[in-house]
Design a protein around this ligand. Structure first.
Ligand SMILES: Cc1cc2nc3c(=O)[nH]c(=O)nc-3n(C[C@H](O)[C@H](O)[C@H](O)COP(=O)(O)O)c2cc1C
Length: 203
């Protein structure tokens, strides 16, 4: 009787520790995490938002242009120091970079980001994630306190595949929040609707 009571109280204590421990863990982890939001509280203006994008074969450029058209935000195309060349050499190099965590040098020099509160960040999905050039962007510039709005294009991989990578980079940089991103598939009405849903444009 005594023995089983002891076992029980030991078990309860261990369970409490476990539950308590995991709860504490969960809160600390989520508190430090840059939140992913479906919509922003305040619609950005064209002056305080900026579109940054990388595009190898101009598909993401089309998406960036649509966002520019809808928001009026200035757009800047990111270029690597060493060009990726054709699709096959880009595929090989892109694979090597992601496997070995290589952050390729960025040729584009950005203006001061101080006045920008919202950064639209576009990239083609490469190997189920953002190209490593986007990691270089986060290494080079600070996105502290900013709202990051990712968008992508891909053959088929959904935006969701890239979200954890964007969130991790944003978190390291102490960004304010990341808007649940969008995969552009050539439908201009749909991307506009997403901007509306996310409160990034009014109409
Ligand atoms: C290196 C490389 C890796 C790619 N990986 C993927 C992938 O994982 N999933 C996918 O659906 N498409 C993948 N694609 C296709 C591109 O995401 C797609 O063609 C994209 O729209 C190209 O955008 P861009 O024209 O702006 O460069 C890959 C293309 C390249 C060059």
């Amino acid at each position: 009787m005594k023995k089983s009571k002891k076992f029980l109280s030991g078990f309860v204590a261990a369970a409490a520790l476990l539950i308590g421990g995991s709860l504490v863990n969960k809160t600390t982890v989520s508190a430090a995490k840059t939140p992913i939001v479906k919509k922003v509280k305040k619609t950005p203006t064209k002056k305080n938002s900026l579109i940054l994008y990388f595009s190898l074969t101009n598909t993401t450029k089309t998406a960036a242009n649509q966002i520019h058209k809808a928001t009026g935000a200035k757009e800047i195309r990111l270029q690597p120091k060493v060009a990726y060349g054709d699709y096959d050499s880009a595929a090989r190099r892109g694979d090597n970079e992601r496997r070995n965590d290589i952050h390729p040098a960025l040729a584009t020099k950005l203006p001061s980001l101080k006045k920008y509160k919202t950064i639209y960040l576009g990239f083609p999905t490469w190997w189920q994630r953002p190209p490593m050039l986007i990691s270089t962007l986060f290494d080079t510039y600070s996105f502290k306190g900013k709202t990051i709005v990712p968008f992508t294009t891909s053959m088929e991989t959904p935006m969701n595949a890239s979200m954890p990578y964007v969130q991790k980079m944003a978190r390291k940089d102490k960004a304010k929040e990341v808007v649940n991103g969008y995969r552009y598939n050539g439908n201009n009405k749909a991307i506009r609707n997403w901007l509306k849903r996310a409160n990034l444009i009014k109409k």
